[in-house]
Each structure stands twice: as C-alpha cells, then as structure tokens.
Design a protein around this ligand. Sequence first.
Ligand code: GDP
Length: 392
Amino acid sequence: MKVLCFGVGQAGGNVLDALLRYEQRTNADYVVDAVAYNTASADLRGLDLVPEENRILFGADEVSGHGVGADNELAAELAERDSRQLLRGTDGAPTSTADAFLIFAGLGGGTGSGAAPVLAKHLNRIYEQPIYGVGILPAADEGALYSRNAARSLKAFVDVTDHVFAFDNGAWAESGEDVAQAHESMNEELVRRLGILFASGEVGESGSVGESVVDSSEVINTLRGGGISTIGYAASELPESDGGGFSISGLLGGGSSSSDELDSINRITTQTRKAVLGRLTLPCDVDSASRGLVVVSGPPEWLNRKAIERSRTWVEEQTGSMEVRGGDYPLPESNHVGVLVLLGDVSRSDRVAEVRSTGVEAERDRRQRDADADASEDKTEAVVDDRLDSLF
Ligand code: GDP
C-alpha cells in the first residue's frame, strides 16, 4: 500500500523520519513522498531523512519560527491562515500513486495537535484518497494541559480523517529511560507496525508476493467507517537450519511434513495471541473493535494457510466481529515469523477515557479561572459545564 506521508510538529516529524529509516532498512518501498511541517524552524532542521525541500515552516509571520509552545489553538489558527502554504507540500509529490495519505502528530503538544487536523481537513477537500491520522497520546505524567490538548485534537482528528491510528506514549514509556531515548524506542515500535502494514502486498526487492496478500483494499476496508484503531504485533525468532536459512525441513532435519506444519501452526497462532493480548499501540477493550486485519509475515515456507485462517478466526472470536481479514506477507530473508493485528474502530479504551476526563477537568479549571477573573461571567455554568470542544 503506497502512502504519502505528512509529519506535523516535533513528534510528527520524528515518527515520519523513523518510518523513512525503517523503510530504507527493510528495503521496502511504500512511502511515495514525505513532507514535514512545523512552526519551529529548529525542529525542521533536526530532521534526518525528510528531504530539505519538503520541510515547510508555517506561521512564521506571527511566531518567527520559534514555535507555539503548547498552544494548539494558535497552531490551528496559523495552519488555517497558511493553508495554501501547507497544501504546497503536495505540489511536487506523486499524489496519484498514493493509495492513502497519512498524517503523523503528537496530539498533546502545540503545533501537531492544532495543525494536523487542519491539514487533514484541507487535504480532504482536494484529494480522493483516504486520509489517516497517526495520533500520539501523551502519557498521564505529561500533565493536564497535554491531556486537554490531546482530547480536543483527537476529537477533531477523528472527525476530519478516515481513521486515526492511535499510539499511547503512556502505555509504552519504560521507567528509567530519558525522554529522547524513550521517544526513539516508541517510534521504532510504531513504525515497525505501520511499516509491516503498508509493506505487505507491495513487491519489495525480494520480488516475492504472498499467496493471499494483504492488498491496499484490505487495509482500507478494515479502516472504513472511521474511528480509532490500535495495532498489536508479536514475533518469534526462527532457529537456523544447518544449511543456513530458516526452512522448516532444514530445522527438522527433513522431518515429516505433519510436524513441520504443526510447528508452523503453533508459532503463528501463539504469536497472534501475543499480538492481541500483549501491548497494543493503544490499550483498549479488544471486544469493542468493529473490524480486524491479521497479517502474518516470515519466510514463505513458514506461512501456513491453515494457521493464518485459524488466527483470523481466533481474532473474530476475541472481537466478536464478523469482519476480520487475514493474509500473508512473505519475507524470504527474515529469521522471524511475525503476526500483526490491526483492530479498527475500537469504541472502548480506558486510556482515551482517562485523557478525556483529565482534559475536561483541566478545561473546567481554566473556565473557572476565567470566570474568577471576570466577575460578570456566570460562575455556575463554568463549574458544572463539562464540555470539551473539538478544536474546530
Ligand atoms: P509540537 O512540536 O508542538 O507539535 O509538540 P510535540 O510534537 O513535541 O508534542 C508533544 C507530545 O508529543 C508529548 O506528548 C510528547 O511526549 C510527544 N512526543 C514528542 N516527540 C515524540 C516522539 O519522537 N515520539 C513520541 N512517541 N512522542 C513524542
């Protein structure tokens, strides 16, 4: 599946850079072009693989390239004012070759949080392709303001995109790691999942296409109808055979095909369970997902059809959804069997609820402070009102 990618703000740019690095490292080819946006020129300079000519500074008239801090309303305003400039990012891009557009942003900060939904809205007006957001939620310890920003931005992002892939920093933070290190390893986890999703079905340098490949329509159909999705992934390392490579018969010394099959089936079904029951990009109630997609990757001889079908059926049982797709992604050189599970349109996530309630509280406090400052304001309304408006 070919994607045209946009990174907005610092987190957005970092994740985009990480995806480009992952694409290079895996000899894949699914990013048709990459554009980064920021109100802070230093953040744009810090990028690595996004081409220089595709780094767009906006809002410079107002903030002179110094960023907006955590003011996502200002970022949304500047993005709206400079929308033509933002759309210029697609001028040199081969937009017609993209199956979908992807917009990355940290939703708790300022620039990405405010401008990513505005960019999505404007791209939506012009292009036919689905537009997906990749929204990063702040960890709880990043403070109430970040939760408030994230809650408002997520609402707007879901409204104006065809789906939002959510990633929760809170679920992935490891204690003891410094922030930059933590972000780097989180970005690796996120882009591995997205990379596998987009690369499956694309013919890479190996030239190998699967028996039941996951083409772009499978992904698009899984995400159809909008909402928030989460991705799980687990992989098991394959033991090396005597003659090199990771073939099953090599491993078993040319053993019987039924034990070959059994090993392959066990590995795939076990990794499927680990993918879903382990750490998801967004922790959620699995049975609240509307749709699912299972992608099994690894050397072709390990991609057992029966196991893929069994895994697919298991995900159907877990989600209670009758709409779970499955397919394979052959990687002849890989020494792993990996299973990726995309759960689309999840409706219950404690983390999203927590971000929202912290955000509502922060908004209430802000209104209370405004009301206190302005004696003419109706204080009662300010205190009881738990609205948290979308950014626009
Ligand atoms: P902006 O530049 O104003 O859009 O602000 P940021 O992109 O820095 O957004 C702040 C949020 O993004 C916070 O929740 C940070 O923890 C998170 N963040 C910043 N950089 C990264 C990153 O590289 N990876 C991840 N996963 N989160 C990041």
